[in-house]
Design a protein. Structure first.
Length: 129
């Protein structure tokens, strides 16, 4: 039971950190320069590339938070795999954003999600054996 609670907490906080940081960065950029993001109601290519980089950094932070919580009671790679899976599923389920970004950026963000979570997990020391 306790392990399930820690898995749920690790996934929740990892997801919240990843998505929260991404939203904060996007809203910050949008408030600073709307023209950088959109032209003729379409997301600009340069913003898509910036968003890919931001997403990588955010998924590293989410993976690290997941490892930090999961490391308390069990091996963090289990929770990290869950976090990466959830983030990729949410990326692909959000149809409006997928149409705006295009399939190549969706694939890139999926790969960056997995890479970011793995990097975040690797930044945190493994539990003692």
């Amino acid at each position: 039971m306790l392990t399930s609670i820690f898995i749920a907490l690790a996934l929740f906080f990892g997801y919240a950190v990843t998505v929260g940081l991404s939203m904060a960065a996007t809203f910050g950029i949008a408030s600073a320069s709307h023209d950088f993001i959109v032209k003729d109601y379409r997301i600009r290519r340069r913003f898509k590339f910036l968003q890919d980089g931001i997403w990588l950094v955010c998924s590293v932070a989410g993976g690290y938070v997941t490892a930090l919580i999961a490391n308390i009671i069990f091996h963090p790679w289990i929770a990290g795999a869950g976090l990466a899976t959830i983030l990729v599923i949410v990326l692909w389920v959000n149809a409006w954003e997928m149409r705006q970004r295009g399939v190549p950026h969706q694939v890139a963000m999926s790969v960056l999600t997995v890479a970011g979570v793995v990097l975040g997990l690797m930044m945190h020391p493994l539990p003692p054996s």
